[in-house]
Design a protein around this ligand. Structure first.
Ligand SMILES: C[S@@+](CC[C@H](N)C(=O)[O-])C[C@H]1O[C@@H](n2cnc3c(N)ncnc32)[C@H](O)[C@@H]1O
Length: 175
C-alpha cells in the first residue's frame, strides 16, 4: 500500500503524550511507519514478525518514534512487553485460524483504556493463500465484543487488490 494511504487509513493523531505500542505481523513496516507518523514523538513501537528478512527492512526510528523489532511467532511466542497503550494488527489476522484465543490474549496485554487498531479486508470469503481466514468488519466487531472490546470506530477504508473487498481500519476499545 502507498505510504500516504496507510497513514490516512489510520485516521488522525493518536494520543497526546509518548505511547508504547506493538505492531504484530509488521512485515516490512508499511503500517509501522504510518503508525509512527500518527504517534507523538518519544513513543515506542515494538514490531513483531516471524520473517527475519522483513524485520531487517524496518528503520530504527521514524518521526521521532523508536521502532524495536522482535523476531517471533505472534501465536506461539510470548509478547515480552509491559501493558501497552495500543496494538496494531494490519493484514495479519487473516492468517490466524483461532482468533478468539488471540483476542483474549491481546486484551490481557493492553492497558484498561488501551486501543487496538485492526486493518483487514472487508470480506468473509476466503482467498487462500493470501487471505485464508478473512475477517470482514461486522464479523470482527462481533468477535471483539466477545473479548470485551465493545466500542468500534471505523477509521477509514480504501479499495484493495481483492476486487470488491475494500480494506478497512477500525479502532477497538473496551466499553
Ligand atoms: C500481509 S503481511 C502484512 C504486513 C504489514 N502488517 C502490512 O500491513 O504491510 C502479513 C505479515 O504477517 C506475518 N505473519 C503472519 N503470521 C504470523 C505469525 N503467526 N507470527 C508472526 N508473523 C506472522 C508475515 O510474516 C507477514 O510479514
Amino acid at each position: 500500500m502507498d505510504p500516504a494511504d496507510a497513514i490516512a487509513l489510520l485516521g488522525g493523531p493518536i494520543g497526546t503524550g509518548p505511547q508504547r505500542w506493538a505492531d504484530l505481523g509488521c512485515g516490512t513496516g508499511t503500517f509501522t511507519r504510518a503508525l509512527a507518523h500518527r504517534l507523538p514523538a518519544g513513543s515506542t513501537i515494538h514490531a513483531m514478525d516471524r520473517d527475519p528478512q522483513a524485520l531487517r527492512a524496518l528503520p530504527a526510528r521514524a518521526h521521532g518514534v523508536d521502532i524495536r523489532p522482535l523476531l517471533g511467532d505472534l501465536v506461539r511466542d510470548p509478547w515480552p512487553w509491559p501493558p501497552l497503550d495500543g496494538m496494531l494488527w494490519a493484514n495479519v489476522l487473516h492468517f490466524v485460524p483461532d482468533r478468539p484465543a488471540l483476542l483474549q490474549r491481546a486484551a490481557t496485554h493492553l492497558q484498561p483504556d488501551g486501543q487496538w487498531i485492526v486493518v483487514e479486508y472487508d470480506t468473509d470469503v476466503p482467498r487462500p493463500p493470501w487471505v485464508p481466514y478473512p475477517l470482514g468488519f461486522e464479523a470482527l466487531v462481533t468477535l471483539a465484543a466477545g473479548a470485551g472490546f465493545t466500542q468500534a470506530e471505523r477509521l477509514g477504508e480504501r479499495p484493495s487488490v481483492f476486487g470488491h473487498a475494500r480494506i478497512y481500519a477500525v479502532r477497538l476499545r473496551r466499553g
